[in-house]
Design a protein around this ligand. Structure first.
Ligand code: SF4
Length: 335
């Protein structure tokens, strides 16, 4: 008698029509019909004489999973212990988004950062010079934040492609630079500088849910089972200086010209969505992608609001887990 088990890094998520196996080490996932969820979620599945032994599709599925190293067979039952799914990061705030009208505005806002976090993102909509970027990077470096992502519109007169390469090379704090509205889409060789043709025009471009933006990694998979996959431990300063959970959300907790970020971050109402997870959200709770998909509370269907908390499905998602189909692919930004 032989038995089938999944590798420890593979996790099964049940959806209404389809379920998925996510390999958190390789960052890949595979869909299968939910009717096989019960048997596949067991430990030590008998390779023969199981309820689906005579189902050719199931046998084909097992062959595929074995060939692609999701499962392995043993001659004896294995003693499989539960995997610890606790995932705790030591940061009070994990990421900050700064929306800046231009380089001067970015310098002003970065000078106001008085809180430590893991990563920061600059989104600069208007004119910005290399000097503005150096100045703001130094402001962030002084606080001890270790990662900066820069999203900016292309303007060859203000920052040349060589200047971006130089900036990236001299500042290992920069994780990625995305230059939007560029005449051509390309990736600069040997760096994480991406040039894309779509324009960065407002925070309303955010919130798109697409298969190509899924994050089948351990961090997203584990945190999204307990917390909101977009808003947990996030702080933002919007283009007008308003401190928010996300720049696209309406509720402000004060303007950066009047209140410090650290003070605003202590307000309980800023955290009201931090533990609203996908399992709490209508429709998403039946979706197989719920632990690898990011959430959005700024743009929602607005049809499930309970006690001032919006539990409705993200508006910019066209996936229907009951049909198991995407109804339209939205344009992908920042990719
Ligand atoms: S239905 Fe919800 S969980 Fe599924 S893909 Fe859309 S937003 Fe993500």
């Amino acid at each position: 008698m032989s038995y089938i088990n999944f590798y420890a890094c593979c996790h099964i998520t049940k959806g209404f029509t389809y379920s998925i196996i996510t390999d958190l080490e390789r960052g890949i996932y595979f869909s299968f019909p939910t009717e096989y969820f019960e048997i596949l979620s067991q430990k030590n599945i008998p390779a023969q004489n199981n309820p689906y032994s005579s189902d050719p599709y199931f046998q084909e599925l097992l062959n595929f999973l074995e060939k692609n190293k999701f499962i392995y067979q043993t001659q004896q039952k294995e003693n499989i212990s539960e995997v610890n799914t606790e995932f705790i990061l030591p940061y009070e705030i994990e990421d900050i988004i700064i929306d800046a009208a231009n380089g001067e505005d970015l310098n002003y806002k970065t000078e106001k950062i008085d809180i430590f976090c893991e990563a920061i993102q600059f989104r600069i909509y208007g004119d910005c010079t290399v000097d503005n970027l150096y100045h703001s990077i130094n402001n962030i470096r002084a606080i001890g934040i270790s990662s900066i992502e820069i999203i900016i519109n292309y303007n060859e007169q203000l920052i040349t492609q060589e200047a971006y390469a130089d900036l990236y090379q001299k500042n290992n704090i920069i994780s990625r630079i995305i230059v939007m509205n560029s005449p051509e889409a390309k990736k600069a060789e040997g760096s994480s500088i991406l040039f894309t043709t779509s324009k960065l025009s407002s925070c309303e471009q955010c919130g798109i849910i697409s298969e190509s933006l899924f994050m089948p990694n351990q961090r997203t998979f584990l945190t999204s089972q307990k917390f909101n996959s977009c808003l947990n431990k996030k702080l933002s300063i919007d283009i007008n200086g308003e401190i928010k959970n996300c720049p696209s959300m309406k509720e402000s907790f004060g303007n950066i010209s009047e209140i410090s970020l650290s003070k605003a971050s202590g307000m309980p109402s800023l955290k009201k969505y931090w533990d609203v997870k996908k399992d709490d959200i209508e429709i998403c709770k039946d979706c197989e992608f719920r632990y690898i998909c990011t959430d959005c509370r700024a743009y929602t269907q607005q049809d499930e609001i309970i006690n001032d908390i919006d539990y409705s499905k993200p508006l910019k998602c066209s996936y229907d887990p009951y049909e198991g189909k995407w109804f339209s692919e939205k344009p992908i930004l920042y990719k």
